[in-house]
Design a protein around this ligand. Structure first.
Ligand code: GLN
Length: 279
């Protein structure tokens, strides 16, 4: 009995320690300025928002974060990581910001806080040119590529596995029992390569990255993902910050609001949508 109590206590202690990683808000404005560095996590495989050029990450999110670093008077450090570890890294305080064309979702909101939204998107389907997709039903029985842990992954997985509506009632997915399968890739470019190699039949991903992938890869085309009733998805992009890190959030929102008001974000999007296309 004594042994069980000890084990239970040890487990409780471990759980408390784990839960508290990042509790100290190590990425407060004060600490960032003390260290002289703003650490941002991104996944630089998602042009125009982030991609590699001249050997380093560039893009809309990087330009925005440079303005935030300027406002704080510190150096910007961008780390290129897999998309699906960004939220947990911001939560634990490894990164101050997650800026990765990231959609605000209720589930992510349980782990991090989101800034004001700086642009919107919708899901697109990329296929080979010969294959016409009118709506999601045309993907029945297909192998569908997505980036792990993204809204494209959630959208396709819900339609294959079924999901619950807002009241918790089960809903049958459009692709359920059709033989359709979701194939996850660590990033968008690997999914596009698999599509070109004929390993999968479609890739579901956000609009602008889909359009740039098509421009950079001959033989592919893209179209907006439509539900059978003609509706589409809508998503808001925002920057994520550790929960309760209000001092940093204030700076992020101030910079974003200024860049939105004077049209700079729109300019960044146009500029990088051209730059990211390989001639
Ligand atoms: N907007 C999508 C999401 O947040 C994809 C982001 C990305 O792949 N960088 O899930």
């Amino acid at each position: 009995m004594k042994k069980i109590v000890t084990v239970v206590l040890a487990a409780l202690l471990a759980a408390t320690l784990l839960a508290c990683t990042g509790c100290g808000n190590t990425q407060s404005v004060e600490n960032i300025q003390k260290n002289g560095e703003l650490i941002v996590y991104t996944n630089a495989e998602f042009a125009p928002f982030e991609y590699i050029s001249g050997g380093k990450p560039v893009g809309v999110d990087i330009d925005i974060c440079q303005k935030i670093a300027d406002e704080l008077g510190v150096t910007l450090t961008v780390e290129n990581v897999d998309f699906d570890i960004i939220v947990s890294s911001v939560q634990s305080g490894k990164a101050a910001l997650g800026a990765a064309g990231m959609t605000v979702t209720d589930e992510r909101k349980e782990s991090v806080d989101f800034s004001i939204s700086y642009t919107t998107s919708t899901q697109y389907v990329i296929t080979s040119e010969e294959f016409e997709v009118n709506n999601i039903e045309d993907l029945k029985g297909m192998q569908i590529g997505v980036q792990l842990g993204t809204t494209g992954d959630f959208t396709v997985s819900d339609e294959i596995n079924g999901y619950e509506d807002d009241e918790g009632n089960p809903v049958t997915g459009v692709l359920q029992d059709s033989g359709a399968e979701v194939i996850t890739y660590p990033n968008a470019n690997l999914a596009a390569e698999a599509l070109k190699a004929g390993k999968i039949s479609a890739v579901v991903i956000d609009q602008l990255p889909a359009e740039i992938i098509v421009q950079n890869n001959s033989g592919l085309h893209s179209t907006e993902l439509l539900y059978p009733d003609g509706s589409t998805t809508t998503e808001e992009y925002a920057i994520c910050v550790a929960k309760g890190n209000d001092s940093l959030m204030e700076v992020v929102n101030k910079v974003l609001q200024e860049l939105l008001d004077d049209g700079t974000i729109e300019e960044y999007i146009i500029h990088h949508s051209t730059e990211a296309v390989v001639e």
